[in-house]
Design a protein around this ligand. Structure first.
Ligand code: F6R
Length: 621
């Protein structure tokens, strides 16, 4: 999830682009860069690894006057393909120095395109999937039917790309024009007076104009200082929706939400969708970013998942999925305990280290311990180039984008999705699932982002429930099967955000002690498994709900649509769409995120992005 900006107008493009990048920095800060078209047939680029401040230092070093011009594109990177280095930073320049591009997203077919370019004698300078677009644009512009035609060349390049992308093209022969395109990633046009803007979101240009245009899927837009034209990928006229931005600058940075956490909750459909992109090709699960062979996966006879906090809960779900799909034992261990317990590992053990930040010291030490024991380590990580993936044998990146709220939301759901990809890859390699069964599970996974989007609409209902609950001292969360990790995650969110005592239990365990905690009006969340899944689990949890209701608890029940059996026992009933058993946690977690955020506010903790005593990345053991 990178940030992109573009400008054509009467001001210095460099200043506008750098300012816009500052507003986009929340989208990624592995590197940044700008390209300015100077009007005399040149494009000048400056780019730097690290935060925007590094770019500003570099600009000061080379002198802003060397970057004069009123057409500019800029990029702030959240690294996916390739480490966060100067070379991999955007913009990327074509082999002839005439075309420059910035890109957000993933070009899935970059490997064959890269290969062809190399055959054509083009020297690629970065490890990114993006750079190919710059060279392809130059090739199209320099030769063949599209020679000399910027628009036709850009359309030709776009026609050959697969994946999800926002791309901005500039060409030295065409100062005063930027051509942009979007497929499944965001791009907004800002309409100024005698100037036009492009941004990943409106925060990029809100200080200059409040008039904007939203572009449909697979749209191309050509901006000049006075005009914009929307096309479809085939060059026919396209459509956009003009709107007036009614946010102020602070709201714009959070996408109109009052906190990054709320924004990130709403980004969850994209986080899961982007994590799935490129991992099921021609009917096969592909771990393309995971440097681990099919033969090595086939030899795995035991899996260990090591992680902390929410990432640990995602690992618990991996255990349910992998044991069910692959029929090999999966142990899940809190990372801080792992190496002190002398776990039994060997060369056929796959250790999956799950970490959003990739820097968590406990998880990192667990990785190091696993490696000394000869196990293979696969990192599931959201932060490209961080320590845990660097020290692992292989890595599968989640594509949740930067998570700024300290409490994990979108990264957690992306971890669950990525863990399921690992499970499917193992099932495929070991032959424990037929290809058609894998396809069926994948289809169910692909349906999840749209279903998460449906669940997001429960916000109002959940907020109302939290308000009705008023001041509470404690809260319990119950689940069975895959609902148990969801209960643990719900309790963790409430503890960290509202500073209230909360505990998650396997519902069947209640009668062995915790039921003594139930008293009049105690709120208890119950995550109900699908009645279409393991039948006995559903009826057992219905009994558990009755047991706690009989002792005075108030129940907040999360159940799938059409599950009427639970209705009589719910003080509040939150509906989620139907899904298969293993997929349900990706939906059932969402209402609990809203619930904890609103209870936190009820308790007077308004800054839910920064709960007390916590840090986003825990680099001490
Ligand atoms: C909870 C939360 C933490 C993290 C944990 C691991 O909302 O955010 O429990 O999940 O500190 O962090 P990573 O995934 O960065 O290793």
């Amino acid at each position: 999830m990178c940030g992109i900006v573009g400008y054509v107008g009467g001001q210095q493009g460099l200043n506008i682009a750098v300012e816009a990048l500052r507003r986009m920095e929340y989208r990624g800060y592995d590197s940044s860069g700008v390209a300015v078209v100077d009007g005399a047939g040149s494009i000048n680029i400056v780019k730097r690894a690290g935060k925007l401040a590094n770019l500003e230092d570099k600009i000061a070093e080379v002198g802003a006057e060397s970057l004069a011009g009123s057409t500019a594109i800029g990029h702030t990177r959240w690294a996916t393909h390739g480490r966060p280095t100067d070379q991999n930073a955007h913009p990327h320049l074509s082999f002839d120095g005439k075309a420059a591009i910035v890109h957000n997203g993933i070009i899935e077919n970059f490997a064959p395109l890269r290969e062809q370019l190399i055959k054509d004698g083009v020297e690629l300078k970065s490890e990114t999937d993006s750079e190919v677009a710059a060279h392809l644009l130059a090739q199209a512009y320099n030769e063949g039917e599209t020679a000399g035609d910027f628009r036709a060349s850009a359309l030709k390049v776009l026609g050959g790309l697969e994946g999800a992308f926002t791309l901005l093209f500039t060409h030295a022969d065409h100062p005063g024009t930027v051509i942009a395109a979007r497929r499944s990633t965001p791009l907004i046009v800002g309409i100024g007076e005698g100037e036009m803007f492009l941004g990943s979101d409106v925060a990029a240009f809100i200080e200059h104009t409040k008039q904007a245009v939203e572009l449909g899927q697979d749209s191309v837009v050509i901006i000049t200082a006075d005009d914009f034209e929307i096309l479809n990928f085939d060059g026919t006229p396209g459509e956009g929706k003009e709107f007036t931005i009614d946010w102020d600058l602070a709201a714009a940075e959070k996408g109109g939400y009052d906190s990054f956490m709320m924004k990130e909750i709403h980004e969850q459909p994209d986080a899961v969708r982007d994590t799935l992109v490129g991992h099921f090709i021609d009917g096969r699960i592909v771990l393309d970013e995971a440097n681990i062979s099919e033969a090595e996966l086939k030899a795995v006879n035991k899996v260990f998942v090591v992680a902390c906090g929410s990432a640990y809960h995602s690992g618990l779900l991996a255990k349910y999925a992998i044991e069910h799909w692959v029929r090999i034992p999966v142990e899940i261990e809190v990372a801080s305990e792992f190496r002190y317990r002398d776990p039994v590992l060997d060369a056929n053990t796959l250790v999956v280290a799950v970490s959003q930040s990739g820097e968590t010291a406990d998880t990192l030490e667990a990785v190091r311990h696993a490696k000394t024991q000869g196990a293979k380590v696969l990192a599931v990580c959201n932060t490209n180039g961080s320590q845990i993936p660097r020290e692992s044998d292989a890595v599968l990146y989640t594509h949740a984008g930067p998570e700024i709220g300290v409490a994990s939301t979108k990264a957690f759901l992306a971890q669950v999705a990525a863990n399921y990809i690992v499970g499917l890859a193992l099932a495929q390699a070991k032959g424990t699932k037929y290809p058609d069964e894998i396809r069926e599970i994948w289809t169910a996974l692909e349906e999840i982002p749209a279903k998460i989007a449906e669940v997001l609409s429960c916000e109002e209902q959940v907020t109302e429930i939290a308000r009705t609950l008023g001041a509470i001292k404690t809260m319990l969360f119950l689940g069975r099967g895959v609902g148990f990790p969801v209960a643990l995650e719900g309790a963790l969110k409430l503890k960290e955000l509202a500073y209230i005592h909360a505990e998650g239990f396997a519902a069947g365990e209640l009668k062995h002690g915790p039921i003594a905690l139930i008293e009049d009006d105690l709120p208890v969340v119950v995550v109900v498994p699908s009645p279409r899944g393991v039948k006995v689990l559903h009826s057992k949890i219905v009994s558990n709900i009755q047991e706690i209701r009989a002792r005075g608890a108030k129940t907040i029940v999360i159940a799938e649509e059409g599950d009427d059996a639970v209705e009589p026992f719910a003080n509040w009933l939150i509906r989620i769409p139907k899904s298969s058993t293993i997929m349900q946690p990706l939906l059932a977690t969402v209402p609990l995120q809203y619930l904890s955020a609103e209870i936190a506010r009820q308790c007077g903790n308004d800054d839910i992005d920064k709960p007390r005593n916590l840090a986003k990345s825990v680099t001490v053991e």
